[in-house]
Ligand binder design. Sequence first.
Ligand code: 13P
Ligand code: SF4
Length: 297
Amino acid sequence: MIEKIEHLKREQNAIILAHNYQLPEVQDVADYTGDSLGLSIQASGTDAEVIVFCGVHFMAETAALICPDKLVLEPHRNAGCLMADMITVRQLREWKRRHPDAAVVCYVNSTVEIKAESDLCCTSANSVKVVQSIPEDRPILFIPDKSLGDWTAKQSGRELMLWEGYCPTHHRILSEDIYKAKAAHPDAVVMVHPECTADVIALADEVFSTGGMGRYAAESAAREMIVGTEIGMLHRLRKDNPGKTFYPASPLADCVNMKLNTLEKILWSLEDRVYEVRIPEELAERARRPIERMLAL
Ligand code: 13P
Ligand code: SF4
């Protein structure tokens, strides 16, 4: 299967982009594995004609917005993100109506329709920088992740109005899990994702996007790390750092939607050129603006 995938990739001038939470064999066949920001940057810079995007739907949509001239394929059609579905356009419009002067910052984990209603987009790697780019006297509505929003507010010193969305996968990691992991591995550094709850973040030594975790694991002198994010990340960390040991903060932090892509589906995706991510141009034009503003920062 891997040989066939490689052959079709060359024949079609295609690349495979995979998020850090994908299945190990999917990460291994990808040309680039990274976090949401890294994947967007890769999509914007590639000269490939076809992008096979292995992640969840909002990520493939973001690639399609950034690369309107490329064919963006997702091997599985219904890989959603529970957090992205926690705010509707109607709810956002109503919130905006009540705060007409506010800037709307949307986490990239949002639908294309929500992006089209937002001023600026951000990822977990740049949320602090993004909110700091907004004039100090302008109120900010931060959607949909209350945990990332709370952490971003604390880090940036900016007051943010938070939507009540959250990532069910990251909220399965409890403070008890961190206490237990620390007791079992007293020399390990605790690094967690900002989608975790505030009490988990308060117990961490470091807070990073998944891309930041990858860089920290490679560069720091720490030999052992407790990893507070989706468990797919462990494959990437272990593969890149064979001399170091990584422990999951909780084995329950497993995002089912991130595990829907398989080698078979990647192969079918290239063979049949499915499933194409298509966004109506009028919607795409509006949704592209907050992403372009973010990438310009
Ligand atoms: P990052 O990889 O950008 O840190 O995002 C984590 C995530 O939950 C994506 O769905
Ligand atoms: Fe969405 Fe959470 Fe899964 Fe990421 S880990 S795709 S935020 S549900």
